[in-house]
Design a binder for this molecule. Structure first.
Ligand SMILES: *Cc1c(COP(=O)(O)O)cnc(C)c1O
Length: 397
């Protein structure tokens, strides 16, 4: 059995493409085209060159000293925080815009919550000279002004969405509406391993450069390609599937994911879709969704804007269901503590999202010679305001 996608776009019972009639042609066209384009020599040449010279890959695999001592294993950090624009999202945004160009599309649309995917897409569009429209909830625009300014400076048009709670899921709905109206010339760049087939697989393939690098970096550093543990945070799941991709079917490696518990997965203030959700259809895919008995989406909550999504990708739902991956729910306060811990032990300020997987460390039981790889999905500059607000309780001062 494989944990990767099947020929119908499913991962076990999860996935598929549940889209309105007008979009069937779009998703079918994409399903038809994406594998051949992504695997083509021409695409790979341009993509790999940009990853190296523009993004700054390979990202280092850094063996921690003090963190390793504290938790009693050899703990390595995969440093996606060092990429251009500060996180892993650029790997995917660049790849999808290159794919759009090869499909003859003339116009890029995207949605964004915290603004991180919007900035990555606007960056790729500036570089590759494509017009870019980013849908963003009015509430998020207010909360994430610096990223809105960055997108505008990069030349993107930011469209304010005023339906519903005016957050990410409303922005997705408007982006889908735009796509329905402009199916022939528009490419919708989705920012995580969610959405209708083939998006989860497109995102997984583009982010799989992370695990591809981990393989040879481990071979160089420890003499074997597989770690005992791979650990990543999950919002929609793109940095996690990128980290796991080449190890999905290698059961020598244990997979660990952290989702955002918010104030606790058993409270209404949570984004822990696997712990607290149920099977439903969200944004074109059958996944675990935070919803009430009537199937209405429950607004998610997490201190971390990038994990604040009411669902999680189909591949992750299946990994959890099949018990291939262990899923932990990590609360706001634990993530904050972990962020300060990494900062003070290793001199690395992580993104709040990444802090959620670092917070899993105290719950793990390692053996001293275990090789552990943790993906630091992004850097913490954007979260300084939150960190400062909580520094008195967490810095140990
Ligand atoms: C967006 C984001 C995430 C969450 O998205 P995934 O698709 O689950 O990876 C995690 N970390 C950072 C730094 C992000 O910007």
């Amino acid at each position: 059995m494989s944990y990767n996608i099947d020929k119908n776009g499913y991962y076990g019972e999860f996935g598929g493409a549940f889209v309105p009639e007008v979009l069937h042609k779009c998703t079918a066209e994409l399903q038809e085209a994406y594998v051949d384009i992504i695997e083509s020599e021409d695409f790979q040449r341009e993509y790999r060159l940009l990853l190296r010279d523009y993004v700054g890959r390979p990202s280092p695999l850094y063996e921690t000293k003090r963190l390793s001592e504290k938790y009693g294993a050899r703990i390595f950090l995969k440093r996606e925080d060092l990429n251009h624009t500060g996180a892993h999202k650029i790997n995917n945004a660049l790849g999808q815009v290159l794919l759009a160009q090869r499909m003859g599309k003339k116009r890029i649309i995207a949605e964004t919550g915290a603004g991180q995917h919007g900035v990555a897409t606007a960056t790729a569009c500036a570089l590759l000279d494509m017009p870019c429209i980013v849908y963003m909830g009015a509430t998020d625009i207010k909360r994430q002004m610096p990223n809105v300014e960055r997108m505008k400076m990069l030349g993107a048009e930011v469209r304010s969405v005023t339906c519903g709670n005016m957050t990410l899921k409303d922005a997705v709905n408007d982006a889908i509406r735009d796509w329905c109206c402009n199916p022939s010339d528009t490419f919708y760049v989705i920012g995580s391993a969610v959405g209708p087939h083939p998006y989860p697989d497109i995102v997984a393939r583009l982010q799989s450069v992370i695990s591809e690098e981990i393989k040879w970096q481990l071979r160089e550093k420890v003499g074997r390609e597989y770690p005992d543990y791979l650990m990543a945070c999950v919002g929609g799941g793109s940095n996690a599937i990128g980290t796991f991709y080449h190890y999905l079917d290698d059961e020598r490696t244990r997979l660990v994911m952290a989702e955002a518990g918010g104030l606790g997965y058993n409270t209404p203030q949570t984004a822990a879709s696997i712990h607290s959700g149920s099977v439903g259809i969200l944004h074109g895919s059958r996944i675990m969704v935070l919803q009430d008995e009537d199937g209405q989406i429950i607004e998610p909550y997490s201190i971390s804007a990038g994990l604040d999504y009411p669902g999680v990708g189909p591949v992750h739902c299946n990994l959890a269901k099949q018990k291939r991956a262990e899923v932990l729910s990590v609360n706001d306060d634990e993530a904050l503590r972990a962020a300060f811990e990494l900062t003070r032990t290793e001199g690395i300020i992580p993104a709040l999202e990444s802090a959620h997987i670092l917070a899993a460390l105290p719950r793990m039981q390692f053996r001293p010679d275990d090789i552990v790889v943790i993906t630091v999905s992004g850097r913490g500059d954007k979260d300084m305001e939150t960190y400062l607000k909580h520094s008195a309780t967490n810095s140990g001062d």
